[in-house]
Write a new protein. Structure first.
Lengths: 486, 651
């Protein structure tokens, strides 16, 4: 298939967004946009299946604006499209009482556009452009509610994202000098001649870029926007913020670490050590704060801080098992976290409550929602046979092979302590929802979730079970990437 | 043959899951068909377990499933454990509908009951520790719902601590498996011994083994991680308690056997560690059971104590090395005996609870008077567990005792001091004595004493206090104690010989004369101690002024005094403090920068105190001081950088 085909999954949401202002009837909009999400998913899958090669669109001052269909990009593109479809379909019912549903849908589609572009970027320049676009186009989602709190949250999101982008840009300038090309080359393309004598500077540049992109993924010093921004956005938007947009940062790290500087350049340096320590601290910190948090969506946001740092831990190991675990964790965290946020959305939408203790006994009213919540929660903890178990197994194994017994045990220990805390902050909710006590009197809810809300939840939870039991295809796919770039 | 094993394996592991879902769906409206379906499916599973005997030696591996792949195999020990599980499940499920009649959410109970069955069989059939862990976790979580079934505050609390130990234990085992896999490169149980022999530095292997053992020990209520036991056993519906005690603890024991009998084969250091924990478990459990004043709680602590007896065998296996036939036989047979005995005892307890809804010994005094089936069943169970000659428990306890004596002999022949093991032998005999004492306490309470006020009410129930089916179930569950105890050479020896391969053991060198004078002497000592303890401690201390009194001081409760405050209070506080400080560093920096760079005070608007003026303003559109924040500064900085970039690019 022609490489031009790559433009379809990128531009389709953009075109869709242009038509949203004219879709005034809610029902009609739901049908059209639902179809759009489905078509987008199919197009992305087709692109992932058939496309390969690079498409150079135009050149600006020596920088090429180019798209690339490689395994890693396709992997992220498909995940993005699938998660956006699930959260998008959920969104119709969730926003049925909203004042500005069209505004929301426009920016939702635009964010999808930026993310698809990000996934298919061929070089650092294109990637950076789409990265900034993603930040600016997703900010209105946080801003959507229009309250003072939402505004403050949006600016915090913006501030941290820009700080991260500044760091990335700083590194970008040096990368331009130290690398033979800014194109993404599997295994990295550091120019040994240019680097000789400037290793320290090159490493510092790499560190800045990695830290900058890690800001989007919620790594320690730059994580503070997540727990502020996520609770303010509408639930489906927080779902994609948490499940997919943080993965934009992850993709940035993968591209920089494995395709620009290369794993062999960074392995064993202070950059790796520092980032690993930061990742482990974040894993613990996120879980601990989630355990102490009472606002449901903020608890989930802290949980994202912790869980995405599992991914970063795996990536910074620079070994095959670590990378496999990290990419599996990308998939399973996306599925579980989108599912959890959507469940939280359903709970909040129908009970008009937001705090964890308010959801006591809700399992009797919304059994479907709470079952999905329980499954996604168990996967996040890492209980077999759900997906999270598999990814954590690979991560710990990678840690032990790469860091030796002492460091590896420390790493695995932190991951397990965090898993314990995860069980503490998620299973408690499930327990209270299903076992409120025999005498507990529940007020009947006026309305219950319809199929458009339940279907995405059920599909995500089922995917966690199915992919958890048969991860073979996924593991061999990811193993292929790992072999190519290490 | 391997085909048949594959089919049976799929059937035994997956069918209960499917049947559970069907039962749940059928029973949604409180339909009784769910009861029949659950009974039918657990009977079918038992038949399937029996059919397993036709394919001993079979194995099945499913590569790729769940990452590392699952594998199953069948040998003697696994066959015996599966048959026990199937039998116990069938018996308790047959009894369940009557016990749960009139209660809410029975379909949920069946759902998780059958889930637990499937996963327990998965544990017993597993050929590698990865598979064991996978099914072990599923089993822990689904049995959690069984504990919480009644949804009373006490049940929820018990379920909480059950879940906490399950999750903690599961993670500990997972950590252990990470380390083991790292060092050995395999988790297949039958390959562990060879792989471990090749490791030169054993220290790390011990650490890995200890972590792995953690989860299994928590499930089988070894001392220090036993505190979930009294709550969970008391609050779960009694048929579920029978399973918790009879089989689910044995899943933990299976894991510990895999470590003792394979990974640390003939390893004296490991054996000694296991032995010390075992002795503590045995003695503490027996003491707590003696002082307990509740029916199910006494039986629960009794389970703990008996697990200690089993683990004494596991420890002695390591110490005795190659010549460990007695210890292997003893521990395996005590696993079987304990399962069958606890089934019988908990079924009797279930009948009591079903009629009275009370557990306190003071309230159930005299309930069993004039109820011969109940009395004979309980008596057989009590005699079995007390190690009275002629009943099943005597055989396994004798074997375990002999293994200690044998090791003392080995040490003395080698000229080493055997003082520690003399002490252990005595603790073993005294614990046996305590078993006799607390079982006497229960028997006398239920069948001899009279209730001060309600005795007539109890007597009126005679003849129709349980259905025909329940009568048959109770009677059948009591039979094995007698059969096994009287004909040990035809029954128990065969079973033990079947199981010994798992431990790489050849069995005892010669046939054991169970009823020889030396062996009878051990039992006699225990019984005499038991009688004395009953007369002195129970009749004078626990039972005073016509009532049972709880004489245990509160501070002995490890969970309330240590674990809960530590895990729910101290550790989260310290952790959260550290996490908050670490997480706020950046925010503090930003606040500092804001204060230094944006020193200009934000203009504040003081609205006039004119109410009408304000009332017309629909809502304030004031931006929350964005232009004076660091974000704004950063944004300007970003624009600056972009313009520089554009300049560099184009000019």
């Amino acid at each position: 298939m022609m490489t031009w085909y790559l433009l379809i999954p990128i531009l389709l949401p953009l075109v869709g967004a242009c038509f949203v202002p004219f879709m005034r009837v809610a029902r009609e909009r739901a049908q059209l946009l639902g179809a759009l999400f489905a078509v987008e998913l199919v197009c992305t899958a087709l692109a992932a299946w058939k496309c390969s090669g690079t498409l150079v669109l135009f050149t600006v001052g020596g920088f090429e604006f180019a798209l690339l269909a490689d395994g890693m990009g396709k992997f992220f593109a498909v995940i993005t499209a699938a998660m956006f479809a699930a959260a998008g379909i959920f969104g119709f019912e969730y926003l049925s009482e909203d004042e500005h549903p069209r505004r929301y849908h426009i920016f939702y589609l635009l964010t999808l556009f930026a993310l698809e572009g990000l996934a298919f970027s061929a070089n650092l320049f294109t990637f950076y452009l789409f990265y900034e676009l993603m930040t600016f186009l997703s900010m209105p989602l946080v801003l959507h509610e229009g309250t003072d709190k939402a505004r403050r949250a949006a600016f915090k999101y913006l501030g941290y994202s820009l700080l991260g982008a500044c760091l990335a840009l700083f590194g970008f300038v040096f990368a331009d000098r130290f690398c033979t090309t800014l194109d993404f080359v599997a295994g990295g393309n550091v120019n040994t001649l240019a680097v000789t004598g400037h290793t320290g500077l090159a490493l510092a540049a790499a560190f800045c870029m990695l830290l900058g992109f890690a800001g989007k993924a919620g790594l320690l010093p730059l994580h503070a926007w997540l727990p502020i921004a996520h609770p303010e956005a509408p639930a489906p938007a927080s779902a994609v913020l948490s499940g997919v947009i943080t993965k934009g940062g992850v993709l940035g790290i993968i591209r920089v670490a494995y395709y620009v500087f290369g794993a062999s350049f960074l392995r064993g340096t202070w950059v790796q050590t520092t980032l690993l320590v930061l990742a482990l601290c974040t894993v613990f910190m996120g879980s601990m704060l989630a355990y102490k948090e009472q606002l449901l969506k903020r608890r989930l946001a802290y949980s994202t801080v912790s869980q995405v740092s599992y991914v970063l831990f795996g990536l910074f190991l620079f070994c095959e098992a670590g990378l496999t675990g990290a990419l599996l964790q990308v998939v399973f965290h996306a599925l579980a976290k989108v599912c959890l946020f959507l469940c939280a959305g359903a709970l909040i939408h129908y009970t008009h409550r937001t705090r964890v203790p308010d959801f006591k006994g809700i399992g009797r009213q919304m059994p479907w929602v709470m079952w999905c919540f329980a499954l996604a929660g168990l996967s996040l903890v890492g209980i077999p046979p759900l997906g999270g178990f598999v990814s954590k197994w690979y991560l710990a194994e990678g840690g032990l092979t790469q860091l030796g017994v002492l460091g590896g045990s420390l790493g695995a220990g932190v991951l397990l302590i965090s898993a314990l805390l995860t069980a503490g902050y998620l299973l408690g909710i499930v327990r209270d929802a299903f076992f409120p006590g025999a005498e507990f009197q529940q007020e009947e809810l006026a309305a219950k979730p319809g199929w458009a809300m339940k279907l995405p939840l059920a599909v995500l939870a089922a995917a966690l079970v199915v992919l958890g039991v048969w991860p073979t295809g996924l593991v061999s796919l990811i193993g292929g990437f790992a072999a190519a770039i290490l | 043959m391997s085909n048949m094993f594959a089919i049976l394996c799929f059937f035994l592991v997956l069918f209960p899951f499917a049947a559970g879902i069907v039962c749940w769906a059928v029973g949604r409206g409180g339909c009784v068909a769910a009861d029949r379906l659950a009974q039918l499916s657990s009977t079918l599973v038992f038949v399937g377990c029996l059919a397993l005997s036709q394919c001993v030696g079979g194995s099945l591996s499913l590569p790729g499933v769940l990452g590392l792949g699952l594998s199953f195999q069948l040998d003697g020990l696994r066959l015996v454990l599966c048959c026990l599980a199937g039998f116990l499940w069938m018996m308790t499920t047959l009894f369940t509908p009557e016990y749960l009649a009139g209660k809410a959410k029975n379909n949920r109970y069946y759902l998780f009951l059958l889930f637990t069955l499937g996963s327990t069989l998965g544990v017993f059939l597993s050929a590698d520790l990865y598979t064991t862990l996978v099914f072990f976790e599923i089993m822990s979580l689904s049995s959690w719902v069984l504990v919480a079934q009644s949804e009373t505050p006490a049940a929820i609390k018990a379920a909480d601590s059950y879940l906490a130990f399950a999750i903690l234990g599961g993670l500990s085992t997972l950590m252990g498996l990470f380390l083991l896999y790292q060092q050995l490169g395999t988790l297949t149980i039958s390959e562990l011994a060879a792989a471990a022999a090749a490791v030169s530095d054993k220290r790390l292997l011990y650490v890995a083994g200890a972590f792995t053992a953690g989860g299994f020990a928590a499930k089988s209520c070894v001392f220090l991680v036993h505190t979930w036991l009294p709550g969970a056993y008391t609050e779960a519906p009694t048929p579920a308690t029978a399973l918790l005690s009879g089989i689910i603890t044995k899943a933990g024991i299976f894991g510990l056997f895999a470590l003792s009998g394979q990974l640390f084969l003939h390893d004296a250091g490991w054996g000694l560690a296991v032995l010390l924990f075992a002795v503590a478990t045995m003695a503490v459990g027996a003491l707590l059971a003696l002082f307990s004043t509740e029916l199910k709680r006494t039986l629960a602590y009794s389970s703990m104590s008996q697990i200690g007896f089993i683990l004494v065998g596991a420890g002695m296996q390591g110490l005795l090395g190659e010549e460990n036939g007695l210890a292997v036989w003893g521990s395996v047979l005590h696993v079987m005996n304990h399962s069958l005995i606890k089934l019988c005892l908990f079924l009797v307890a279930g009948v009591v609870v079903m009629n009275l809804h009370k557990l306190d010994l003071n309230d159930i005094r005299g309930f069993g008077r004039g109820k011969p089936v109940l009395m004979i069943a309980f008596l057989l169970g009590a005699l079995g567990i007390g190690g009275v000659p002629g009943f099943s428990g005597y055989i396994s306890k004798t074997l375990l005792h002999e293994s200690i004596v044998e090791y003392i002999g080995v040490l003395e022949t080698a000229g080493q001091s055997a003082g520690l093991f003399h002490a252990i032998e005595w603790i073993f005999l005294i614990s046996g004595g305590l078993t006799v004492a607390y079982m006497t306490k229960l028997f006398v309470t239920l069948f001899v004493m009279k209730h001060p006020t309600r005795q007539a009410e109890f007597d009126a129930l005679n003849g129709h206090y349980m259905s025909k089916l329940a009568t048959v179930v109770v009677a059948v569950s009591a039979l094995p104690m007698l059969v096994l105890g009287v004909l040990p050479h035809y029954t128990m020896d065969k079973v033990a010989a079947l199981c010994q391969d798992f431990f790489g053991s050849e069995g005892p060198e010669h046939t054991i004369a169970y009823f020889s004078l030396t062996n009878l002497k051990g039992a006699a000592i225990s019984i005499v101690i038991g009688a004395l303890v009953y007369l002195v401690v129970v009749r004078c201390v626990v039972y005073a002024k016509g009532e049972y009194h709880n004489r245990l001081p509160r501070w002995l409760d490890l969970e309330e005094m240590l674990y809960r405050p530590l895990v729910l209070g101290v550790l989260p506080f310290v952790g959260a403090l550290v996490a908050r400080v670490a997480g706020s560093v950046m925010e503090w920096c930003i606040a500092l920068c804001n204060g230094v760079l944006m020193w200009r005070a934000t203009p504040t608007i003081n609205p006039r105190s004119d109410d009408t003026f304000c009332a017309y303003e629909p809502h304030s559109r004031r931006m929350p001081s964005f232009s004076s924040s660091l974000s704004f500064g950063l944004m300007l900085f970003g624009f600056g950088l972009v313009s520089i970039l554009v300049y560099l690019l184009f000019f």
